[in-house]
Design a protein around this ligand. Sequence first.
Ligand SMILES: [Zn+2]
Length: 83
Amino acid sequence: MSESPRRFIAGAVCPRCGAQDRIRVFTVAGRTQRECVACDFADELVQAGSEAVPKGRLDRPRRPASDGTRPLQFHPPKRKPPP
Ligand SMILES: [Zn+2]
């Protein structure tokens, strides 16, 4: 009744069998559970700080370019105008 649809977590790796994209997350009675469909791994995700968030590219801190460096820019080659 209170069970949410199960969603696969893109890029998540099973801590037991190491399979990628085999982790499904769902909530039961407000508790977030995860399970692996490649093995029978299952546990509960503890909502404590950032541990509940799977590691991803969004965790990488963006460093502002304040140290004098500028982002590399590519300029297309200029075309000569037709004569
Ligand atoms: Zn597994």
